[in-house]
Write a protein that binds this ligand. Structure first.
Ligand code: KIV
Ligand code: ZN
Length: 525
């Protein structure tokens, strides 16, 4: 039996690299460490922790994750040059099990970018993989855009990479172009054709541009791949990557026809899905497979009746299998700290003393306004507290909005900017417009509001609203999310959260001269 016949599939999570690369999904250092810890606890085999040469922040996150991770292999990404590979090794070398992942675009379109001939590129593969192998025993190599690379050439470069010491060969469908039959066939033929293929693990890395990432990844496994690259909630460039929860649950639920297993503890799925949604600012669509809010909800009478009599009538997996606990404690204004702590633990949040105090105060304020506080309200509350930070430059201090049937509506806003309180009144076409204008009056800025979305967290007229905002400035994207029983207050908080994140991003990316001028513009207000 070769490794391509084994029934164990390795899970390679790239939420912190490919996922974090999606526009607007940037995570803070602390958030990356938290997600890495959750991934390790849930039993993924490899954590791709970042792209160490990309920035100081990426480097320190990857090296810290390398030092802390207890079980998983920790991997960093590197382009096909020695400087990237050396930097990557510096970051991952402290891991119990380090890996260097190096890649180069091999399709005609991608070869054109560095203007390399086929021979030059093949030599580059040999030199860079050999260099990585001299530093680390565990080397993964990827021919980017493999699915649009000429067959003969793909075989040639894969062979060179294996000869140079790669131990995992990843075949990326970088633009989400392949289809299941082709995906299986490509891996099968590579294993059959390339000398030395039996000595390495083949991996599949699928993007979801045509909605086929999960199907393509599972097909690749049928073709002999034994590592799936994936992300929590399918986060990733453009339409995202293969969703971890989908491939893992597909193998678990349909073991009869997808006869493979992973080391993932599926009961941890829901918690990590919520945390990734919170820290990335990318909400999970309601009808998303496995982790969507509606994935286990039954609305119609016939469905409800069926599920009550026998859950299997309309459920192919048990909510508990993904860590969705049947709710036992109902929270309300008489609930104490212990009940809150235990409920939050059930939902996957463990809080230290001070954090619990802070959340408890906010929970009480919410319970005063809402008769019953449901699980989803608490998740929204936690997402809100994850979004606010004392070090934020902009902080809302007071907001009052006057609405009527006659336009315009007006907003009185007090907001502190770098610790100095400022107060304005602004009018607008509707209450939300008035609030956003007030923010702009206090802190003038030119941004493009790309998305403004409101969702009711639960049912009833006292339901909280979750507002999501996405803004863009010179190609920098930032998202903000906030919840409140008052939609206008939630809108203001979400908008200011996004602005604070954009300011951090400006600071990170602006050259020194620009940085000064941003400060000057800000303080000229
Ligand atoms: O999509 C892709 O090709 C990648 C590579 C860097 C593996 O993310
Ligand atoms: Zn990718």
């Amino acid at each position: 039996m070769t490794r391509h016949d084994s029934d164990r599939v390795f899970i390679f999570d790239t939420t912190l690299r490919d996922g974090e690369q999606s526009p607007g999904a940037t995570m803070s250092h602390a958030e990356k460490l938290e997600i890495a810890e959750l991934l390790d606890e849930m039993g993924v085999d490899t954590i791709e922790a970042g792209f160490p040469i990309a920035s100081e922040g990426d480097f320190s996150a990857v090296s810290e994750i390398a030092k802390r991770t207890k079980n998983a292999t920790v991997c960093g990404l590197a382009r096909a040059n020695f400087a990237d590979i050396d930097r990557c090794w510096e970051a991952v070398k402290h891991a119990k099990s380090p890996r260097i992942h190096t890649f180069i675009g091999t399709s005609p379109l991608h070869r054109d970018i560095p203007r390399l001939t086929m021979d030059e590129l093949a030599n580059r593969v040999h030199d860079t993989v050999s260099h990585a192998h001299n530093l680390c025993d565990n080397v993964q190599w990827s021919p980017m855009d493999a699915t649009r690379t000429e067959w003969e050439y793909l075989c040639r470069v894969v062979r060179i990479a294996i000869e140079a010491g790669a131990t995992t060969i990843n075949i990326p469908d970088t633009v989400g172009y392949t289809a299941p039959v082709e995906s299986a066939d490509l891996i099968r033929r590579l294993i059959k054709t390339v000398p030395g293929a039996d000595e390495v693990v083949f991996a599949t890395h699928c993007h979801n541009d045509l909605g086929m990432a999960t199907a393509n990844a599972l097909a690749a496994v049928a073709g002999g791949a034994r590592q799936i690259e994936c992300t929590i909630n399918g986060l990733g460039e453009r339409a995202g990557n293969t969703a971890l929860e989908e491939v893992v649950m597909a193998m678990k639920v349909r073991g009869d026809i997808i006869p493979y297993h992973t080391g993932v503890d599926t009961t941890k799925i829901m918690n990590i899905s919520r945390r990734v949604a919170a820290v990335s600012g990318f909400s999970v669509q309601f009808n998303k497979a496995i982790v969507g809010k509606n994935a286990f909800a039954h609305e119609s009478g016939i469905h409800q009746d069926g599920v009550l009599k026998n859950a299997e009538t309309f459920e192919i997996m048990r909510p508990e299998d993904i860590g969705l606990a049947a709710t036992s404690i109902v929270m309300g204004k008489h609930s104490g700290r212990a009940a809150l702590r235990s409920k939050l633990e059930e939902l996957g949040y463990s809080l230290a003393g001070n954090q619990l105090n802070d959340v408890f105060v906010r929970f009480k304020a919410l319970a005063d306004r809402k008769k019953e506080v449901f699980d989803d309200d608490l998740v929204a509350l936690m997402r809100d507290s994850a979004a606010t930070d004392e070090s934020d430059r902009l902080q809302i201090k007071f907001l009052r909005v006057i609405c009527g049937t006659e336009a315009p509506q007006s907003a009185d806003l007090t907001m502190s900017v770098d610790g100095v309180d400022r107060q304005v009144t602004a009018t607008g076409d509707g209450p939300v417009d008035a609030v956003f204008r007030a923010v702009r009056k206090i802190f003038p800025h030119e941004i493009d509001l790309q998305l403004y979305q409101v969702h009711a967290v639960t049912q009833g007229s006292d339901a909280q609203a979750t507002v999501s905002v996405r803004i863009e400035e010179d190609g920098r994207i930032a998202t903000g999310e906030a919840a409140d029983t008052d939609t206008v207050v939630a809108s203001a908080k979400a908008y200011v959260t996004a602005l604070n994140r954009l300011l951090v991003r400006r600071e990170k990316t602006a050259p020194d001269a620009d940085r000064k001028s941003i400060r000057q513009t800000d303080s000229a207000v």
